[in-house]
Design a protein around this ligand. Structure first.
Ligand code: PAF
Length: 282
């Protein structure tokens, strides 16, 4: 089994980089509780780079509700076992005070595109994501960084931050990995009951219904959203937070759809908030 090093401090990451000059670095930032979705990012990073760094850090700044941070699933031992199956070079697992010392006082915020969707329903969330990623990018100094399409808005926000702030990093979007029943893989799925997990397959089915109606010629986003919502409501445990059709580039909400669009949703099953999306070209 490949053996990777573990770095708990930024100076250990620097030592690793100094020992490996001139190599391309692929970076997979995660919050742990790894699943097939994360592993697909790791596999791609291994294929495309000389060296791969994976980070595991549950970033408190991106949780807008304290309980969500506390309840976020964690399992470092299993994560390290899973990672040991891949030829990755370094796992960066900092403690909170390594990333946010007590006098930490900076923020990175992307405007406008963070006003919609997740940014609207989870105020401050993206500020937390961009702040930690700006730090992690400066620590890992990767050539390429890998993210899942499941967090579609996160990807768009990260690409904007990288362009605006001239990070010399290629952001690679990787497809959403799904369970056999269509449920998008997420660390949060672990907190669903067996029944909720089964019912949550409705999310992908509903997105597919929306897609089908667009392919048949429907262009009114209100009607498509209503169709998706009606489908989700067939599940007894689902509580819809939003279903939305937005421009896939600037995320502006659409009334009449055209061009590249993002259909996305957030739905609660019991205590667990799930998101999913698909991209479509009309
Ligand atoms: O997608 C995630 O797991 C997190 O938002 C990320 C990118 C690791 C930043 O904490």
């Amino acid at each position: 089994m490949p053996n990777h090093k573990i770095a708990k401090t930024i100076s250990c990451v620097r030592d690793f980089q100094n020992q490996n000059p001139g190599k391309s670095i692929g970076f997979v930032p995660t919050m742990g509780y790894l699943h097939e979705g994360h592993l697909s990012l790791v596999k791609r990073a291994v294929k495309e780079n000389d060296l791969v760094i994976v980070s595991i850090f549950v970033n408190p700044k991106q949780f807008n509700q304290g309980n969500d941070f506390i309840n976020y699933p964690r399992s470092v031992k299993t994560d390290l076992e899973l990672l040991s199956q891949y030829p990755i070079d370094l796992v960066f697992m900092p403690e909170n005070n390594e990333i946010y010392p007590t006098d930490f006082s900076s923020k990175v915020k992307v405007d406008k595109i963070t006003d919609y969707l997740e940014g609207h329903f989870r105020p401050g969330h993206f500020e937390g994501v961009t702040t930690v990623l700006a730090k992690l990018f400066n620590i890992a100094r990767p050539h390429r960084a890998y993210f899942g399409q499941k967090d579609a808005q996160q990807l768009i926000v990260i690409k904007k931050m990288v362009a605006d702030l001239n990070f010399d990093i290629e952001i690679i979007a990787c497809p959403t990995i799904r369970e056999k029943n269509g449920l998008a893989m997420s660390s949060r799925n672990a907190r669903l009951s067996a029944n909720e997990r089964d019912e949550a397959k409705i999310l992908f089915q509903a997105l597919m219904k929306g897609k089908e109606s667009i392919l048949k010629g429907e262009r009114n986003s209100g009607k498509i959203e209503a169709l998706i919502e009606k489908t989700i409501q067939e599940s007894h445990s689902a509580e819809i937070e939003y279903v939305s059709l937005n421009d896939a580039v600037n995320l502006a909400p659409l009334t009449e759809i055209q061009g590249e669009i993002l259909i996305s949703l957030a739905v609660n099953f019991g205590e667990v908030r799930l998101i999913d999306n698909i991209l479509l070209k009309t």
